[in-house]
Design a protein around this ligand. Structure first.
Ligand code: XMP
Length: 434
């Protein structure tokens, strides 16, 4: 293994992820471990140069104050203790709120006391992961549900580099993807990276299941359940698969809860597979933050349009074609979305606005076209910025850009005669309309 590591032992601080990121920002790899990790376990980890004992408000768990093992305290590892009254030296009472101060504190510890090398780079990360994946998988086979999203695409590229055709990717086109997406997955992975890719055209199957269903949660359930069914069918057709690769990333792990923090949400990428389809998991990105996943994808040669794409919900355009999905309105969503994305790219807004898309409601309005009455759908534009998707603000788009997009949509998208811009922040509107 090529990289030095600083281990953060979680004694209940809510700042651990921030601290791990700050250590990595110094060029030194860092991971967070539970407080009760034993000295033997720590010694078994590669290249550990020092320990950060990070205490905080969640230190008391079920009425008991959690602590690290005595043997860990007494070990030779250099230690930085924060908010830890029993520590031999009191390095800091709390983590500095100011990023510069945090950097100074960490840099003194990581370089001066631990003597760590700033050798955390994406190239080294990839080399290490390739070695680890080969060690884990041996000559066995791995299966991956490749949606074309950032995480699954980066996992695919990494596994192709590590084990080539021992990986089988399954791409399910459920008909709710954006314009050009399934084609791009096939082009990048099958044509360029020579992946073993199974492309499943399940468009009719999904749209038939969704016909007449107007309740948003019901739509989500049908899409999720059908996805698992299709993936399962493909998995059963393949022989001798032992591993399932997943695009789990660090925030998924952190949000699933730790020994000191309650779960924010259950995490599963391909949850719900039947019990007799048990695979061992391969999760090579599980220690990366989102921006690091993107950097990894870039280093692996994936196109920017894949690596820097905006977030896209699992149910895809299905929750943007409001009410019961019809093929013609679904096409109106897909075409208008493509126009919006194209105009945002031309205006230099790609990668600057967090999420932007179009919505087509299930009602029509009167208009006039070529001196005749029209009775067609409106398209709603949405463009928002957010840090964590819990709250969001509306992007103040230039009026001229809104006019240009409107003009293009009413001219180019069949069945559409009006365009509206949604000015509602979250709260009280959610980002999606369903
Ligand atoms: P809301 O609409 O709740 O969206 O403000 C917050 C973020 O979550 C995305 N989103 C979903 N993602 N499955 C997903 O994978 C879903 O069912 C889903 N619903 C919303 C949404 O696009 C936004 O980024």
């Amino acid at each position: 293994m090529k990289q030095d590591m600083i281990v953060i032992l979680d004694l209940g601080s809510t700042e651990n992820a921030r601290v791990a990121r700050a250590v990595r920002a110094l060029g030194v790899y860092s991971e967070i471990y539970p407080h009760d990790t034993s000295l033997d376990q720590l010694k078994a980890l590669p290249n550990v140069k020092g320990l950060i004992l990070s205490g905080g408000e969640n230190r008391i768990v079920d009425g008991v104050e959690v602590d690290v093992d005595k043997a860990v305290y007494e070990s030779d590892f250099p230690k930085l203790t924060v908010n830890h009254p029993k520590a031999p030296s009191q390095d800091a009472a709390v983590w500095p709120e100011n990023d510069e101060e945090l950097k100074k504190l960490l840099s003194g510890f990581v370089f001066d006391r631990c003597g760590a090398q700033a050798n955390w780079s994406m190239k080294n990360f990839i080399d290490d992961q390739v070695e680890l994946i080969r060690r884990q998988v041996g000559d066995k086979k791995v299966l991956l549900a490749l949606s074309g999203g950032v995480d699954s695409s980066v996992v695919a590229a990494l596994l192709i580099r590590a084990i080539g055709n021992q990986l089988t990717c399954v791409h399910v086109n459920h008909g709710l993807l954006r314009k050009g997406e399934p084609e791009q997955v096939v082009q990048v992975f099958r044509d360029e990276l020579k992946a073993n890719l199974i492309y499943v055209d399940a468009v009719d199957r999904f749209l038939d299941k969704l016909a007449g269903v107007s309740d948003p949660e019901q739509k989500r359930k049908i899409i999720g359940a059908e996805f698992i069914r299709v993936f399962e069918e493909e998995a059963r057709k393949l022989d001798g698969i032992d591993f399932l690769a997943q695009g789990t990333i660090y925030p998924d792990i952190i949000e699933s809860g730790t020994k000191t923090a309650k779960a924010v949400k259950a995490h599963h990428n391909v949850g719900g597979l039947p019990d007799d389809l048990k695979f061992e998991l391969v999760e090579p990105l599980k220690m990366l933050f989102k921006d690091e996943v993107r950097a990894c994808g870039k280093e692996l040669g994936l196109p920017d349009s894949m690596v820097y794409r905006q977030p896209f919900p699992g149910p895809g355009l299905g929750v943007r074609c409001l009410g019961a999905i019809t093929r013609d309105r679904l096409e109106a969503v897909r075409e208008s979305d493509a126009i919006l994305r194209e105009e945002f790219a031309k205006a230099g807004l790609e990668g600057k606005v967090w999420q932007y898309f179009t919505i087509v409601p299930d009602f029509r309005s009167v208009g006039v076209r070529d001196n005749a009455r029209s009775f067609e759908w409106p398209v709603i534009l949405r463009a928002v910025n957010t840090i964590d998707a819990m709250t969001a603000s509306v992007e103040p788009l230039e009026f001229a850009l809104l006019q240009k997009i409107t003009q293009r949509i009413v001219n180019e998208v069949p069945g559409v005669n009006r365009v509206l811009y949604d000015l509602t922040p979250k709260p009280c509107g959610t980002i999606e309309w369903e």
